[in-house]
Design a protein around this ligand. Structure first.
Ligand SMILES: Nc1nc2c(ncn2[C@@H]2O[C@H](COP(=O)(O)OP(=O)(O)OP(=O)(O)O)[C@@H](O)[C@H]2O)c(=O)[nH]1
Length: 186
């Protein structure tokens, strides 16, 4: 999941499977997921694209029809962060024009090996106008929130009522996200 987008779309899917014992406790990109938003079940079908080493061979068809893209980098790996701009350019060119994009800085639990400051993730996200948070697939920090925010946005778009207050995904994420409790050396 280094510098790669995971694509989420509302499609019929099955409940998420359990992770094998040695993998991180929370799956950020893989399988299907059902999220309950205001009493309504939103089904997300999720794909994990190839990693950065296969960057150039990733087919655009992979995310062309996606309704949402989770762009992940690894906070302990600078090149994964540096790849994000290239992905955003690709997405701008090939993805749906109204695709929901979220930037995630994963491995927030390994603060001792941090190479990318939270502020750098925030700045990049601001530059592209996308919501941002740091996550940990190991501890689960902000993982459910990432899916919930995407599901809320997709539900809002699908069934917007005239009298319904507008949903702002960036504001929602900012108000709900948890920050890593320990400061890094950077
Ligand atoms: N500590 C920690 N380790 C993690 C976290 N997320 C993933 N890992 C570990 O990082 C390694 C790589 O995880 P993957 O999910 O295979 O990464 P990937 O980039 O998707 O791999 P490719 O699909 O080949 O690109 C594995 O050993 C995971 O257990 C996290 O949030 N915290």
């Amino acid at each position: 999941m280094t510098g790669t987008p995971g694509a989420a779309a509302t499609r019929n899917g099955e409940a998420p499977e359990r992770s094998p014992p040695c993998s991180p406790s929370y799956d950020l990109t893989g399988k299907n997921k059902v999220v309950t938003v205001d009493g309504m079940r939103v089904k997300l079908q999720i794909w994990d694209t190839a990693g950065q080493e296969r960057f150039r061979s990733v087919t655009h068809a992979y995310y062309r029809d996606a309704q949402a893209l989770l762009l992940l980098y690894d906070i302990t790996n600078k090149s994964s962060f540096d790849n994000i701009r290239a992905w955003l350019t690709e997405i701008h060119e090939y993805a749906q024009r109204d695709v929901v994009i979220m930037l995630l800085g994963n491995k927030a639990d390994v603060s001792s090996e941090r190479m990318i400051r939270s502020e750098d993730g925030e700045m990049l996200a601001r530059e592209y106008g996308v919501p941002f948070m740091e996550t940990s697939a190991k501890t689960g920090m902000n993982v459910e929130l990432a899916f919930l925010a995407i599901a809320k946005e997709l539900k809002y778009r699908a069934g917007r009522q005239a009298d319904e207050p507008s949903f702002q995904i960036r504001d929602y994420v900012e108000s709900q996200k948890k920050r890593p409790s320990c400061c890094s050396f950077l």
